[in-house]
Design a binder for this molecule. Structure first.
Ligand code: FES
Length: 159
C-alpha cells in the first residue's frame, strides 16, 4: 500500500490535471515511490495503478520504458552513466571502467555495503557535458574525469 506521504504527494500532483486525466500523474507517482523506497517494486506499480484508475500493465510499461526508474534495489546512491553514442564519443567507456574498478561492481550491480548502485542510462540531454552520470536521478555531474569522480564519491561517502 502506498504510504500516506506518497498519497498526499500524488493528490497534490493531481491538482495540475483535469479530474478525468488522473493518469497524467503516473510518472510523478512512480518518482514519489522511488524517492521513498529507492526503487519501484511491482506491488507499488499496482498500487499506483489502482490509485490513478489505470491498468496495471500501463503503469508497468511506463516504469520499464523510462530508464530513471529502478526496477530493483540499487543502493543508497544510484550512479547512472549515460552510455549513448555522443557520451561514448566523449569518454563514457572510461567513466564506466573507472567506476567499476573504484566500486568493485559491474553495471546493474550494487556494492556489498549497499551504498552504491551502478547502471547505464539513456541520453540525458546534456551531451555537451560528456562524460556524465546522474546521482539518484536528481543531480547531473558532467565533464567527468577520475579526480572529479573521486571528489563526488568522497562527498557521497559523507552523506
Ligand atoms: S548522449 Fe549522453 S547526455 Fe546525450
Amino acid at each position: 500500500m502506498l504510504s500516506e506521504q506518497i498519497q498526499a504527494k500524488i493528490n497534490r500532483e493531481l491538482k495540475k490535471y483535469p479530474a478525468n486525466q488522473k493518469q497524467s500523474a503516473v510518472m510523478a507517482a512512480l518518482r514519489f515511490v522511488q524517492d521513498e523506497k529507492g526503487w519501484v517494486p511491482a506491488d507499488d506499480m499496482a498500487d499506483v495503478a489502482a490509485f490513478l484508475g489505470m491498468p496495471k500493465m500501463a503503469v508497468c510499461e511506463i516504469a520499464t520504458f523510462y530508464h530513471m526508474y529502478n526496477l530493483k534495489p540499487m543502493g543508497r546512491h544510484t550512479l547512472t552513466v549515460c552510455t549513448n553514442l555522443p557520451c561514448m564519443l566523449g569518454g563514457s567507456e572510461d567513466t564506466v571502467a573507472y567506476l567499476k574498478s573504484r566500486l568493485g561492481i559491474g553495471l546493474g550491480e550494487v556494492t556489498a555495503d549497499g551504498k552504491y548502485g551502478l547502471r547505464e542510462g539513456e541520453c540525458m540531454g546534456a551531451c555537451k557535458d560528456a562524460p556524465l552520470f546522474t546521482v539518484d536521478n536528481k543531480k547531473l555531474c558532467g565533464r567527468l574525469n577520475k579526480e572529479k569522480i573521486d571528489q563526488i564519491l568522497a562527498g557521497l561517502d559523507q552523506s
